[in-house]
Design a protein around this ligand. Structure first.
Ligand SMILES: [Zn+2]
Length: 417
């Protein structure tokens, strides 16, 4: 790292000015490259490898792709990131990516939208793209980054047209008509470019998707529930969109599924979270902060996502959904307790989770365990354990629905958010 900092510092001011001028030319043609995507068959484009090397005061980043694909790139500030999008409907790639040359940080990749995959590379120093081109003689993309002053970086960072998640042309879910069944929205956290927590080859996004499918089967087996998954495959979804899917489905209940890690110390077992302005403890606050950051890490934060916490909480309290969420959490934990091991101290915790703020829909977030615990990691991927835990959650939901006020069970008209 220190060596790179030296290289960067050695660049003279004159050289930086020349590089900054070169950027203008580079940026001018970025948009056009993706515009050619539409006519190409790029459905199965896969990321084969990602590598980097130093070159003339800068760094060259190489994406090897299974076949040529139109691409675009841009940088975002706070935190500084390089984002490379290429046409792909699978987002597939290697199990692990290698470390890149500093100041390039730990890269992540995956499906960002149904029509494009994304690679996000954190930048420890302000750098700008001086050259970007399809690889010569092989499928892929080669991008050269050079250091620039922070003010130049800040001025050039930003979204090109059409690159936001909201710009996807694919149709949104239809608004479903209400029926007599209890509608349960199940939200497998993370997905696509956002893997969530990772430890020893286990990825949170995979575990929670498998669990969500089991939970849906358990709930629907009761005959009185329609389960709606916010995502059914390995694809990215912004936090706000998860809530909107529940609203469009006319959900009575929202259950977000996650698996945590601990930075230090040991922890194991299942825990259930409800929304509160003040976290019940420091660990819960840190967890909410990690989960709320998912959109930023995926290069997807939308304008105006900062909700007015006080207003949202008052609305939820008035509609009674916070009180119902508390009852739902207690009922779920009561049923889970007889099936699986719970977090030993206080398995019901509270924090300010962005995904738990659907007005009028009692919402809970279940952490299935800690991927940093070898015991949890082993059982969380075991079908038998998943069956028991999913059965426990389903019985908790049904118990809550049977006990609670008829208003929550009545057919609900889907909301157009
Ligand atoms: Zn998570």
């Amino acid at each position: 790292m220190a060596r790179t900092a030296d290289r960067v510092r050695r660049l003279s001011a004159a050289r930086r000015r020349i590089l900054a001028l070169a950027l203008g030319a580079a940026m001018a043609w970025t948009g056009a490259m993706f515009a050619r995507a539409d006519s190409t068959d790029v459905a199965s484009v896969r990321l084969d490898a990602l590598s980097s090397r130093f070159l003339a005061g800068g760094v060259v980043l190489t994406l090897e792709l299974s076949s040529p694909a139109p691409f675009t790139f841009f940088t975002l500030d706070a935190p500084r990131r390089l984002v490379i999008d290429y046409a792909s409907s699978t987002g597939e790639g290697p199990d692990e990516l290698p470390d890149l040359a500093p100041p390039l940080g730990e890269p992540r990749f995956g499906l960002f939208r149904p029509d494009r995959a994304r690679v996000v590379v954190p930048l420890a120093q302000p750098m700008q793209v001086s050259r970007a081109a399809a690889r010569a003689g092989a499928a892929g993309i080669e991008i050269t980054l050079v250091p620039v002053p922070p003010d130049v970086f800040a001025a050039r960072a930003g979204w090109p047209a059409g690159a936001r998640w909201e710009d996807a042309a694919s149709p949104r879910d239809p608004v479903l008509p209400g029926d007599a069944r209890l509608v349960v929205a199940i939200d497998p956290g993370h997905g696509g470019i956002d893997p969530g927590a990772m430890s020893d080859g286990v990825m949170e996004k995979d575990v929670v998707l498998a669990f969500a499918q089991r939970l849906a089967r358990h709930l629907e087996a009761s005959g009185g529930v329609r389960a709606v998954l916010t995502r059914e495959r390995d694809i990215f979804l912004p936090l706000g969109e998860r809530v909107r899917i529940a609203q469009r489905a006319g959900a009575h209940v929202f259950i977000s599924l996650h698996a945590d890690i601990v930075i230090e110390g040991e922890a194991a077992g299942v825990s259930v979270y409800t929304l509160a302005p003040e976290a019940s403890d420091a660990a819960a606050a840190e967890l909410a902060e990690r989960e709320n950051r998912a959109d930023v890490l995926a290069g997807a934060e939308a304008a105006g996502v900062e909700d007015d916490v006080a207003r949202v909480l008052i609305e939820l309290a008035q509609r009674g959904s916070m009180a119902e969420a508390e009852r739902l959490a207690k009922a779920t934990l009561a049923m889970l307790r007889s099936e699986v091991e719970l977090l030993r101290s206080r398995p019901h915790r509270r924090a300010d989770f962005r995904v738990l703020k659907a007005p009028g829909i009692p919402s809970i977030l279940i952490e299935l365990g800690f991927l940093t615990s070898p015991v949890d990691r082993a059982r969380i991927v075991t079908p038998g354990w998943q069956e028991m835990a999913a059965g426990g959650v389903a019985r908790g939901v049904l118990d809550w629905a049977g006990e609670t006020a008829p208003a929550w069970r009545a057919p609900r008209t889907a909301q157009r958010p």
